[in-house]
Design a protein around this ligand. Sequence first.
Ligand SMILES: [Zn+2]
Length: 452
Amino acid sequence: MKQKNQRSQTLIISLYWLLVLSACSSVENKPKFSELQLPQEEKTSQDMEDRSEKATDGSSNNLNKQVQRPLIAEPKTPVIAANLDREPNQSSTEDSLQAIPLDRQKATKFVDIRGVGDSAMALTHQQPLSLTQRLPQGVAAHFGQRLDAFDRSGKSYRGDLSFINWESTVGTFCNRFWSTRGPRSFAFVSHPDNMSEIYKRGFNLIGLANNHTRDCPSAEEGVDGAYASARHLERLSNLREANWLWHGVGTDKKAKVKTMTIEGKPIKVAFASLYLAEGDCTYVSCLKDELTVLRSLRDADADIRILSLHSWTASTQKQLVNMGVNFISYYNGDIVFGHGPHRSSPVRIVESPTGKRGVLFESLGNFIHPSLIPSSQHIIGRVLLDLDSLQLRQVQIIPISVNRAHVSFSGTPNPTKFPANLNWKFVNNSTWQSGVSSSVKGAYSNIKSFKQ
Ligand SMILES: [Zn+2]
């Protein structure tokens, strides 16, 4: 009986990773698998987002009263994450803070940080679609419009800092994809205009280290697609004078730092993105860049440190969790946004030897992506840091279901059952919902402080 259970468990795990591989396989390492084609999509009107910024007080006060975090030595042996069940529960029993409303403008005493998983606006092995071209679902291949159709107010995904894993090469043309077209291969190139659209709607942390930024070894002018992606991001940064942080493509593997004005305070944010693979990492940050990435985050002149990690197999997902724990424990990390398994995985609060706590979203799952399998196991992750101390105060998860280019809050599991070393509380009251949708629900937990 036991053996049978084990066998069926193995089968389930194998099937799961087969699905994962279907959209997540690196250029050099393994085949890609096809997935079901799903049509049907309702039309939606384009709507410009509410771009109002939070009020700033014009203060030139540059000093955060944050806790000084003592530096600690790098670990001498590989860090292996404990089983989540064995991690101490990190929910505060004393903190009575209610769920902070989704409207970030109401989160005045916090740095409000959100993250979404695998996203793109591309069909496999096709030239990038312009924003006015149509997807097979009948809607425009316009990431901004798809975001508006999901949440016109943007309040569910827009924090002071909003992360997205852009799971696609960014370019205007691909001469040659990493593989020929076939039922078992995938290759994505998204039009760069989509990046402007996501920036307009508040995404300012763009992770680009993943398998699909390696999908086009010969893009426009014959350059590598990952290099072309970096060039486009650079061009758009200048064009829009964009105060965003993008990382993971290009030859500079060190973390990037920008000063963001949050609640009138200048806060220095360090960000990096890494893909857990070997192979050709010339233009995509990958495993061989691990120490460069971790050390540059640690050594950055920054107040907050955020790392995006992308896996592609069960074993690299394990590695992802280990690396995330290592980053928070020994490299002064605050937040890890993990993705790659195409479904959500636990939220883990990590306490470093200094007593500081950070949050590791082991996997956010998927977000808007016209070529991914429909499913309902995905989240928007939300982190609220105390504005003064920058300590972790509250974590929220907002479950979403994803049907290719269509994302909704309906049909998702009870978020209080979401695996975490936390006691979740349910929230769906209208104050918290902030008018986003009557079906949006979430789970939240206040986190133990230094003293507890
Ligand atoms: Zn992937």
